[in-house]
Structures are given as structure tokens and as C-alpha cells.
Design a protein around this ligand. Structure first.
Ligand SMILES: CC(C)(COP(=O)(O)OP(=O)(O)OC[C@H]1O[C@@H](n2cnc3c(N)ncnc32)[C@H](O)[C@@H]1OP(=O)(O)O)[C@@H](O)C(=O)NCCC(=O)NCCS
Length: 249
């Protein structure tokens, strides 16, 4: 009976071409590999995403909370046609990007989460997922929203995205923006960079293990500052949440 029910609850994914791994050189000279990961890799990503759920700065908290749910849904077969790409520097997790197919022609961009700041790792990882939709999966456009001002600058402004405000995005039902094939082509070589194939040694290092990010964004030490945004002048709810996560009373 439960196996029968699971068959109903579990959507059947459409076949998708895999994302061929790529690499790019960052501003500090380090090389970053972007590659697709599968369901079996989700348990090694989830704890790192969870760490960001209490970082109020730059909307890390809302984005990490949603990414956590999306990765868990992927792991437990509760979302259809999702994919996940990771960016790694020396094996270390630098960014996660994900999305799904709405239909063969339209893609839905979910999130971009950067674990290292200041090197445009998020921007490069986002570009790789756009490449996946447009070049590899041959889609006509990708629906996108931003939850943070940095995201808005990175996607809507840098790519000059088009409005699709009549289409509610899956992230909160807010009005969508779209990256079309034409906009993607215009960004080739500037916003969209990277090379293939990834040298064997570099790829092997990335595939060996997803190492924890060494300097991820951390929650503010100043709880009162953080709680102002949450309309909780006593800071109580945030402190309780934090203590629980740290395993304190
Ligand atoms: C949006 C995001 C993916 C962009 O990643 P990115 O391209 O690697 O860019 P960074 O976050 O490193 O830098 C963004 C800006 O903050 C500045 N910045 C650099 N180091 C920083 C730091 N340690 N702390 C805060 N800001 C920093 C950068 O100078 C950059 O400014 P610019 O836009 O003028 O270049 C990333 O900021 C992120 O994960 N944010 C939280 C989740 C989120 O909002 N995701 C997108 C949802 S739409």
C-alpha cells in the first residue's frame, strides 16, 4: 500500500541531457569547476546550506531556507525535473545553483547561493545554469526572480532581463523576468565564460569530495541589529533559534 502511494506522490522526471562540467579562472587566479551533482550528493550539501539559514545579511536566510527545501525535495522525489549544479574551488563548495524545466521550451531558475564572497562565484555559477538551459537543453527562455538587491543587480540589470510580469514565478508567485536566447547570446564571452573540457586532475579533485566552504557567510554577532529587520525588538525569537541550532538549551 505505501509503495503504491509513493508511486503516486513521486513525479516522473523527463530525460534531461547532463550538464558537461566546465571551469573558469577567477579574479584571484584560482580555478573553479562547475559540475552537475545527483540526488546522492544532496546529503553532503544540505548541512552547508543549513548554516546559512540564520544569516540575515543579503537575504542569505530566505534564500538558504528555500534552497534547503528544494534540495531536500530533489533528494526525496518531491519536485519534478529539477537539476543541481555545484561550483568548487580546490574541492571546496563555492556555490550552488538549481532550477527545473517547466516544459521543453521554458526553464525555471530557482536559486544561486554563494559560499565565498567577492569573486563573482555566484555570477559564474548563475551563468553556467543559464548555459545549461539555453545551450544544452535548447530552451527558448528561463524564468527568473531576485530575492535580494545583489541578485537583482546581477541578473535583471547585468543581463537586461525582459519582463514576464503576467507569469507568477514558482518562488513566491512574484512577477517573473526572463532570459531569452537572444539575451544569452549577447552575454556570451562577457558574462558567460569558462572552458571545456575540465583538465582531468581538476575534475578529479572536484569529484572526489565536496569539501566544506572554508569561509562561508556567518550570522551577525549583533543580534539586535539583525532583529530590527524582523520586527522583534527584544531579539528573543532569533536568540532562541540560534541557541537551538547551536545545540544550547
Ligand atoms: C547574489 C549572489 C549569488 C551573488 O554572488 P557573487 O556574484 O559571487 O557576488 P558576491 O556576493 O561575492 O558580491 C556581490 C557584491 O557584494 C560585494 N561583496 C564582496 N565581498 C563581500 C562580502 N564579504 N560581504 C558582502 N559583500 C561583499 C561585492 O563587491 C559585490 O559588489 P558588486 O555587485 O558591486 O560587484 C550572492 O551574493 C549570494 O549568494 N547572496 C545571497 C543569496 C542570494 O541573494 N541569492 C540570489 C537570489 S536572487
Amino acid at each position: 500500500m505505501s509503495i503504491e502511494l509513493e508511486k503516486i506522490l513521486r513525479p516522473v522526471d523527463h530525460p534531461m541531457e547532463p550538464f558537461p562540467p566546465k571551469f573558469m579562472t577567477l579574479a584571484d587566479g584560482s580555478e573553479m569547476v562547475v559540475r552537475q551533482v545527483g540526488r546522492e550528493d544532496m546529503p553532503s550539501l544540505l548541512p552547508h546550506v543549513a548554516q546559512l539559514m540564520l544569516v540575515e545579511r543579503d537575504q542569505y536566510d530566505i534564500v538558504a531556507s528555500r534552497v534547503y527545501a528544494e534540495l531536500l525535495s530533489y533528494y526525496t522525489h518531491r519536485v519534478q525535473d529539477e537539476y543541481v549544479l555545484v561550483a568548487q574551488i580546490d574541492g571546496e563548495l563555492a556555490a550552488i545553483v538549481n532550477g527545473r524545466l517547466v516544459n521543453p521550451e521554458v526553464g525555471m531558475s530557482y536559486h544561486t547561493l554563494a559560499f565565498r564572497r567577492g569573486l563573482r562565484v555566484g555570477a559564474h555559477a548563475f551563468a553556467a545554469k543559464m548555459e545549461y538551459h539555453i545551450d544544452i537543453l535548447k530552451q527558448k527562455e528561463v524564468l527568473i526572480v531576485a530575492e535580494s538587491p545583489i541578485g537583482f543587480r546581477r541578473w535583471m540589470i547585468e543581463y537586461k532581463l525582459e519582463k514576464r510580469f503576467h507569469i507568477p514565478h514558482e518562488l513566491g508567485g512574484v512577477p517573473s523576468w526572463a532570459l531569452t536566447k537572444e539575451l544569452f547570446d549577447a552575454a556570451r564571452g562577457s558574462l558567460i565564460v569558462g572552458r571545456r573540457p575540465v583538465p582531468g586532475k581538476l575534475l578529479k579533485k572536484a569529484q572526489e569530495a565536496i569539501l566544506p566552504p572554508s569561509d562561508p557567510p556567518k550570522p551577525s554577532k549583533f543580534l539586535m541589529a539583525a532583529t530590527r529587520a524582523k520586527n522583534d525588538p527584544t531579539g528573543t525569537s532569533l536568540m532562541l533559534q540560534r541557541w537551538k541550532q547551536e545545540g544550547r538549551g
